[in-house]
Design a protein around this ligand. Structure first.
Ligand code: ACO
Length: 355
């Protein structure tokens, strides 16, 4: 029995927020953002997260030519759920028209997709499911403090999805390494969401702004991703030369360059699209994977290294064989409805909500 990704898709909202847009509302500039992060623009969504995830999921189902009613489980990696109950996964499940699959959300922040990939492969390997629709996505714009230049410039909205299935091949997950250092958890926090809410003045908002220590996260991201990559490669019996592509979480170009240098990984094999979307957290890897497939960078039987780091502080690395097919069986025209608003107007709506 083999296990492989047979479908893939993304949803990147159409409203583009450029660095020059941010210059108009924050004390920042394109040069600082570009040189310190590599980000040139990001997307802002009006639609709820489940709709963003649903579009990505429908593209993944089309690419695999899979009937939604045959899906055994919908898993959603997100740290910006639409509701606490019901899960965002169950809303995606509803939107694709399936009422029998298992559905659950999980939160490993930016590492969510690789945690989910490992969980999905393991559950298929154990015989619990024949397939899993794994969605990673965020509507992080809603949780940002758009007056704080240190975080507002980094993130964007979006989702990606993959269908993972049991197949008659020998494709597999070679290795996976996942970690979390809870003692550094407060380096990246979204406070006042969940049972810790102690809001006395509603003007404070419930979950206003991400608090984070950029340099602490930066250092740990490089150290942890380089270590996990080495451990995952060692466990798989593969070397850097055997890897055709690395698809990392897209947080900061400098983090990726430093990580690649530390583990002697060639930058040419690394997929980077953060200039277009910023950090979409759990959405970043499946979006980058989908674009790599669309651009013909993933070949049949490619060996792919996924690398991630995020809130928790979590980290993950996984090595997989791509299957025998890297073209979509069908395509879907599904896309989000146009909100008719510019990205700046959507940001202004969020600012107004908190005032
Ligand atoms: N525009 C202009 N100046 C800014 C901005 C901005 N948007 N943001 C901060 N600055 C200023 C700071 O105020 C500081 O000024 P000062 O020297 O007068 O005090 C100066 O720029 C340098 O700030 P640093 O924080 O030292 O800048 P650094 O080079 O560390 O880059 C950054 C900051 C981009 C956030 C970096 O630390 C980083 O990418 N960290 C990790 C990314 C991250 O945390 N992502 C969150 C999710 S976790 C993950 O996905 C990996």
């Amino acid at each position: 029995m083999g296990i492989e990704i047979t479908g893939w898709g993304k949803c990147t909202p159409s409203a583009v927020l450029t660095n020059s847009d941010l210059e108009s509302i924050l004390d920042t500039d394109d040069e600082w953002i570009t040189t310190r992060t590599g980000v040139k623009q990001r997307r802002i969504a009006e639609a709820p997260l489940s709709e963003i995830g649903t579009i990505a999921a429908k593209h993944a189902l089309a690419a695999a030519d899979k009937d939604p009613n045959e899906i055994d489980a919908v898993m959603m990696a997100t740290c910006t759920p639409e509701f606490l109950i019901p899960s965002t996964a169950s809303r995606v499940q509803m939107n694709i028209g399936n009422n029998t699959a298992a559905a659950f959300d999980f939160n490993s922040a930016c590492s969510g997709f690789v945690y989910g990939l490992t969980t999905a492969y393991s559950m298929i390997h154990s015989g619990i499911f024949n397939n899993v629709l794994l969605v990673g996505g965020e509507k992080v714009s809603y949780f940002l403090d758009w007056t704080a230049r240190d975080t507002a410039v980094l993130f964007g909205d979006g989702a990606g999805a993959v269908l993972i299935e049991k197949t008659n091949t020998d494709s597999k997950l070679h290795s996976s390494k996942m970690t979390c250092d809870p003692f550094l958890g407060e380096a990246l926090m979204l406070k006042n969401f969940g049972t810790s809410m102690e809001i006395k003045d509603p003007k404070e908002g419930y979950f206003f702004g991400i608090s984070f220590e950029g340099q602490e996260i930066f250092k740990n991201a490089v150290k942890t991703m380089a270590r996990l990559a080495e451990e995952a490669l060692e466990e798989s019996g593969l070397s850097v030369d055997d890897i055709d592509l690395c698809i990392p979480h897209q947080a900061n170009r400098r983090i990726l360059e430093a990580t690649a240098k530390r583990c002697n990984f060639p930058m040419e094999k690394m997929i980077i699209n953060l200039d277009q979307y910023g950090n979409t957290s759990a959405g970043s890897i499946p979006i980058a994977l989908t674009e790599a497939l669309d651009e013909g960078k993933v070949k049949p039987n490619s060996k792919i290294l996924f690398l991630a780091f995020g809130g928790g502080l979590t980290g993950a690395a996984a090595v997989i064989d791509w299957g025998g097919r890297s073209h979509a069986l069908k395509t879907s025209n599904e896309q989000l409805p146009d909100s008719g608003k510019t990205a700046l107007e959507l940001v202004q709506d969020i600012l107004n909500m908190y005032q």
